[in-house]
Ligand binder design. Structure first.
Ligand code: ADP
Ligand code: MG
Length: 270
């Protein structure tokens, strides 16, 4: 079934488990005078599940966008699977890619946003087949077959032809996850995937993410769901004001934080 297929796709990840996969070195990013990322050093290993927490405005979304090269960084380095996403080697020198969308496609990074960002005039199924057909040149028939399998896998077999506005937030987010998975990603980035959901819909989305973790995928999840992080994450990173102020196993960072800032923040979200 669906999850076995995903697990099968993670063979490369399993064979190279724990090798560095996402490597950020002294990453800086400013928007005008606003120095948003102030020297981020972060390594995520293959098959690792990392959750990032921190107050609003601390740079979590910006960091995810930089990993996926939705925007360029100002200083430092980011490699994913050993490659500089968004750059190509020309005559031995690193140059910005001329074809950014192709560079992103080759990186095979799936991203899921807080507000789902579905195509509103497309059905659930059409949302999921779009990238495989248009970006990856998968045949229509194959893309539809795979999309159907993915949507059935996340419990949406009865909603394939529904437009997003007919779905609940939790269902829309599960479509968005299926859409991200349809490109067979090597890395999944989640940016507060449940914070726009009504409380009773949170667990249906978290349980899908949990299954991805169990399938061995490499995941970076920005979330304030402390219980989810304790149960699923290998490591928790706490950010504040553009820096990583604390990181470690969930039991340590969430159960016994060293930093006063982390303690204050956890009191607010728990
Ligand atoms: P978080 O996700 O932790 O809440 P963000 O990464 O969204 O934080 O934002 C960090 C800071 O960067 C905020 O001060 C925000 O206003 C600013 N910022 C984020 N994106 C942009 C942008 N595209 N243009 C200008 N400022 C931005
Ligand atoms: Mg954010």
């Amino acid at each position: 079934d669906w999850i076995e297929l995903l697990a099968e796709q993670q063979r490369e990840t399993r064979e190279h488990k724990d090798e560095p996969f996402v490597v950020c070195t002294d990453v800086h990013k400013s928007y005008g005078p606003n120095h948003v990322l102030r020297g981020i050093d972060m390594t995520v290993k293959r098959g690792e599940v990392v959750t990032i927490m921190g107050p609003s405005g601390s740079g979590k979304s910006t960091l995810l966008r930089m990993v996926n090269h939705l925007e360029a960084i100002d200083d430092g380095e980011i490699t994913v699977d050993g490659k500089y996403v968004g750059y190509e080697v020309v005559k031995g020198k690193l140059k910005p890619s001329r074809d950014l969308s192709r560079a992103r496609a080759e990186a095979r990074i799936g991203m899921v946003f807080q507000h789902f960002n579905l195509f509103h005039h497309f059905s659930a199924l059409e949302n999921v087949v779009e990238a495989p057909i248009r970006v990856y040149g998968v045949s229509k028939q194959q893309a539809h077959e795979a999309a159907r399998r993915l949507l059935i896998g996340v419990g949406l077999g009865g909603h394939l032809d529904h437009l997003p506005h007919r779905l609940s937030g939790g269902q829309q987010q599960r479509v968005a996850i299926s859409r991200a998975l349809a490109i067979s990603p090597k890395l999944m980035l989640f940016d507060e995937p449940t914070s726009a959901l009504d409380p009773e819909l949170v667990s249906e989305v978290l349980s899908v993410i949990r299954r991805l973790a169990e399938a061995g995928m490499t995941l970076i999840v920005v979330t304030h769901e402390v219980r989810f992080a304790k149960e699923v994450a290998d490591r928790v990173i706490f950010m504040d004001e553009g820096r990583i102020v604390e990181e470690g196993p969930p039991a340590q960072v969430l159960g016994n934080p060293k930093e006063a800032r982390t303690r204050r923040f956890l009191q607010l979200v728990e």
